[in-house]
Design a protein around this ligand. Sequence first.
Ligand code: PNS
Length: 158
Amino acid sequence: MTLAICPGSFDPVTNGHLDIFRRAARHFEEVVVLVTGNPTKTSGLFTVQERVDLIEQVTADVANIRVDFWGGLLVDYTTAHHATALVKGLRSSLDYEYELPMAQMNRRLTGVDTYFLLTDEKYGYTSSSLCKEVVKYGGDVTGLVPDVVVKAMKERLR
Ligand code: PNS
């Protein structure tokens, strides 16, 4: 069985992330979207459990996507679950610079490879942090994050 892990903080999940999960699910038999972070800490806008709940809602229609969380070293999770690969999205060369050392470190630690999918151009400027800022000041991010996430962000930020 081929298992891909899509890791990230996802605070909150965006349509750019969702597009990557769905595309990964066409290439691997199973995909786990892994929310990283300490489940007992409330350092982000949403708790780890809230992030998991939102992702579960927006991936419920894809049978081979599951959602989990992890507070440790990513490669310990991939090894324990016999993951085939990590899968991440790349929006630009900035993402590449950020992702390269992590991918190389993870490969050095356990041999796990990271596969990169190029972000759909319509989400090229979408990020969780930018969407949070726009919503905080009253702007509209409809279409950039799932509707259920728009609602949750408004309730939390306004
Ligand atoms: O969404 P993000 O914040 O860009 O995701 C980065 C993430 C969570 C994938 C990275 O920080 C991570 O892997 N964290 C888990 C701890 C770990 O394994 N750190 C070493 C990475 S080489």
